[in-house]
Design a protein around this ligand. Structure first.
Ligand SMILES: NC(=O)C1=CN([C@@H]2O[C@H](COP(=O)(O)OP(=O)(O)OC[C@H]3O[C@@H](n4cnc5c(N)ncnc54)[C@H](OP(=O)(O)O)[C@@H]3O)[C@@H](O)[C@H]2O)C=CC1
Ligand SMILES: Cc1cn([C@H]2C[C@H](O)[C@@H](COP(=O)(O)OP(=O)(O)O[C@H]3O[C@@H](C)C(=O)[C@@H](O)[C@H]3O)O2)c(=O)[nH]c1=O
Length: 302
């Protein structure tokens, strides 16, 4: 049985991974998060600890207790607008604490699986070129969040002898109360309530189903390959196209959706224009096969 430590286990992705792993006999799952268990009356299949990863002594104690064979880091300051105005705090969580986790993984001979983002890229690929970002593409982040995530990636590659960096993007699925939502849920909620929504039609992404992230991570626990893996969807589309898929699959009123440009959206933080990522490497090495957005939406009970 493998001991798996999932950090950021109250978060949207971390909780999915904690739930999935704790239902498998081959894993002994420990969830860790900054705040107490978001679902304290769960089925008792996992152990949960409240720990701040910025606290060096606490994190050393956690490793000693958990003796992890693999550590999955889903914790982060993951709101780009917040990171843009809180540089020091963002750096501490997304870089300094990640470095500390990486050192401890080396000491405990744990495989380090760390979640990162498409926001490491500048998004300057021409959307008509048919190109997608690969693991070989050069990062050049356009916001501070992306910068810290890239720094974290680099430090792990320098420190760890057994690691995988998992870049995901626009992770969607059903969030629990208390977790942040996602664009698919936001569109669904607005349209269900008969409210209008403005969505950008000039930001291209490869949206990722949260269950597929969990699947990709599980494949990486069992694989020994080091390096970066793009674990996202296989369909590149604009945010406006995502919104129209939601309306059509859920039979909601698509006239409430208003496509606008990024310029008109007046976002507080710059975002890459095009950040579709290729999953060719994950397909070949891991046998990763993500699901289609429409397929997930058709099964979604809203
Ligand atoms: N969601 C998305 O669309 C995307 C996410 N990513 C990356 O994927 C990963 C997971 O994202 P997502 O699921 O959205 O994350 P969330 O923001 O939902 O969850 C992050 C979790 O990290 C925990 N956390 C934050 N600071 C600390 C700390 N100091 N010590 C311990 N735990 C801490 C929080 O715990 P608590 O709730 O207990 O306070 C929170 O639950 C992140 O690395 C993010 O950068 C990348 C691209 C897209
Ligand atoms: C709220 C909102 C967002 N959008 C767009 C902006 C953006 O392109 C997209 C998603 O917006 P969000 O604010 O949910 O997420 P955003 O901060 O853009 O995105 C991400 O989260 C971080 C953690 C990442 O690492 C990224 O990979 C990405 O998935 O939807 C609209 O068009 N209309 C809206 O009303």
């Amino acid at each position: 049985m493998k001991n798996i430590l999932i950090i950021g286990a109250n978060g949207f992705t971390g909780r999915q991974i904690l739930n999935d792993l704790s239902n498998k006999e081959q894993y002994n799952a420990t969830g860790c998060s900054l705040h107490p268990d978001i679902l304290p009356n769960g089925d008792g299949k996992y152990h949960f600890v409240t720990t701040d990863i910025r606290d060096e002594a606490a994190i050393k104690h956690l490793f000693k207790e958990a003796q992890p064979d693999a550590v999955i880091n889903c914790s982060a300051l993951s709101v780009p607008d917040y990171c843009e105005t809180h540089h020091e705090e963002a750096y501490l969580t997304n870089v300094t604490a990640v470095e500390q986790l990486a050192y401890l993984c080396e000491i405990y001979k744990s495989r380090f699986i760390h979640l990162s983002t498409d926001f490491v890229f500048d998004g300057k690929i021409d959307e008509n070129s048919g190109q997608l970002y690969t693991e070989e593409s050069l990062p050049a982040p356009v916001n501070y969040y992306g910068f810290t995530k890239w720094k974290g990636e680099n430090r792990i590659a320098e420190i760890c002898s057994n690691y995988a960096i998992v870049r995901v993007e626009i992770v969607y699925g059903k969030a629990l109360p208390g977790q942040h939502g996602n664009i698919v849920q936001l569109v669904m909620n607005r349209l269900n309530a008969g409210q209008e929504i403005r969505v950008v039609s000039d930001q291209w992404r490869t949206p990722t189903y949260v269950g597929d992230v969990s699947d990709g991570v599980q494949r990486l626990i069992e694989n020994t390959a080091n390096g970066i893996f793009h674990i996202c969807g296989d369909e590149c589309m604009t945010i406006a196209e995502i919104a129209f898929h939601v309306a059509d699959c859920m039979k909601l009123d698509r006239s409430l959706i208003h496509p606008i440009t990024t310029k008109d959206m007046k976002e507080a933080t710059p975002r890459p224009r095009f950040s579709g990522m290729s999953i060719a490497k994950a397909r070949t090495i891991l046998g990763y096969r993500p699901r289609m957005l429409k397929e997930i939406l058709m099964e979604w009970d809203n």
